[in-house]
Design a protein around this ligand. Sequence first.
Ligand code: ZN
Ligand code: ZN
Length: 206
Amino acid sequence: MTTPHVPPEWAFEFHAHECPFMPIGYRMGKLALEHLGVGKEPDHGFFVFPELGEGHPQTCMMDGMQVATGATYGKVMMAKTFYGKLAATFFHPTRGAVRYSLLPDFVDAMGGFEFFAFRKRGVEPSQIPLAVRREVIQWVHEQPDEALFKVEARRGFTYAPVKGSFAKTRCATCGEYVFDRYLRSKDGRPACIPCAGYEKTVAVER
Ligand SMILES: [Zn+2]
Ligand SMILES: [Zn+2]
């Protein structure tokens, strides 16, 4: 095994199936942390901007990135660009940003594995024989980092997250709380987006 960056068992449990892409994302995230000289993010200080889109199997990479970096979807540390590319930019406010992308030759070589013959026939990963899945996962682990990734420092990259606020108001129509950034008004009274209707919404500044 060439890479030390093999996902822990719980990562596969979280992801819910064994596939090659979650481990690739995990490795990408681990290498990006090393490159930027930081550890797994416990709170809200590390961001990942995957360029993946939807409707292609490689999106599994994003679960691995979250596991490795702690920059999770739930903490709103991850935002997709929807470029439909096999890449991601990792950003730390003081350490800078780095972009990792999968090399086309690696993607082509990987595409020759039986795993993809199943996927192209529409077979879901969990339904593919485990030996077929582990064959490609093992092969990926054996490839050196340089064979997988192009690495580019992104000098000047910057990102300003939304400022956190606990301010919330009860919607005058449904009575449920809505955070003030999302508050709208209906007949001059505070309303949530569904109660205000999705058209002609007016943000209330306070
Ligand atoms: Zn997967
Ligand atoms: Zn409401």
